[in-house]
Ligand binder design. Structure first.
Ligand code: NAP
Length: 257
């Protein structure tokens, strides 16, 4: 847990972008049990209000909602971030969790789908991360944690639009962590494997490769306080992706993954 707020308020003041995602909800619930103060940003005001009530009931000391489209609002990220910091009386952690899986076949045929995948998972995500990092850099503490994906570790035919955007986000966060390291603030990227959420409802689920949102949320929460800049969720994916990256191209190109 981070230090106590300067105003004597709650020890964690946290902004969650994409708060209505299943992984984000699980993360927010962990913070609620710590009596954190939260800003929840997402698109649907009614669902945000219901989530805020749930988090207050679970112990959150303050919950603010921001009904915004995070892609449309990213150009004003510094202004939003400053406003949210004021509302919370400080800023300890920012989590960038929203994303869009999309469909590779559609992205190949439709530039708008390709643009949406890149915007959601990379181009606007890094704008929010940088705005948050600029606050952490000045105050010399706090963290920015973004959610990428193991899909970013090797391009493959079934999802290279999504994978490339998540891979770019992971590289950005690695560089951001390097840039913040001398200041005492930190950045990290979490790379989940398969997680049972609405995003993966089109897939066949079950088996040892699938994780719950709660499990991934615990890793996100931990990454805000400690650990290296790249966290696989769960950790076994580090080894799995090492093996997948090691498959020679002439073999990989014969697969249909
Ligand atoms: N599930 C997996 O297997 C898996 C694996 C690796 C990484 N991830 C990543 O984990 C993160 C969370 O996803 P999830 O699995 O929890 O899926 P999810 O429940 O489907 O959540 C995705 C969320 O992103 C939000 N979103 C997308 N574009 C947005 C925008 N422009 N403005 C505001 N909100 C926006 C969606 O909002 P709406 O509800 O308004 O549509 C939705 O709440 C994503 O970055 C995803 O890429 C997931």
């Amino acid at each position: 847990m981070t230090e106590t707020g300067q105003s004597g308020g709650p020890s964690n003041r946290v902004v969650i972008l994409g708060a209505l995602s299943a992984i984000a909800i699980a993360t927010a619930r962990i913070y609620a049990t710590e009596r954190a103060a939260l800003v929840l940003a997402g698109r649907n005001a009614e669902r945000l209000r219901a989530l805020a009530d749930d988090l207050r009931a679970r112990g959150a000391s303050q919950v603010e909602i921001a009904a915004v489209d995070l892609e449309a609002a990213a150009a004003d990220a510094p202004k939003h971030m400053a406003d949210w910091k004021t509302k919370l009386g400080g800023l300890d952690h920012v989590h960038v969790i929203y994303g869009y899986l999309g469909e590779q076949a559609k992205a190949s045929a439709d530039p708008a789908e390709l643009a949406r995948i890149v915007s959601s998972n990379y181009a606007t995500a890094v704008q929010w991360c940088e705005a948050a990092a600029n606050i952490m850099r000045v105050q010399k503490r706090g963290s920015v944690v973004a959610v990428s994906s193991v899909a970013g570790d090797r391009g493959r035919q079934s999802n290279y639009a999504y994978g490339s955007a998540k891979g770019g986000l992971a590289l950005y966060m690695q560089g951001l962590a390097h840039s913040l390291a001398p200041t005492g603030a930190r950045a990290a990227v979490v790379k989940p494997g398969f997680v049972d959420t609405p995003m993966t409802d089109r897939m066949k689920k079950g088996g040892p490769l699938w994780a719950s949102p709660d499990k991934v949320a615990r890793i996100i929460r931990r990454s805000a306080d400690r650990g290296g800049p790249i966290q696989y969720a769960p950790g076994m994916w580090r080894l799995i992706m090492l093996m997948i990256r090691s498959v020679p191209t002439f073999v990989f190109h014969k697969t249909k993954v």
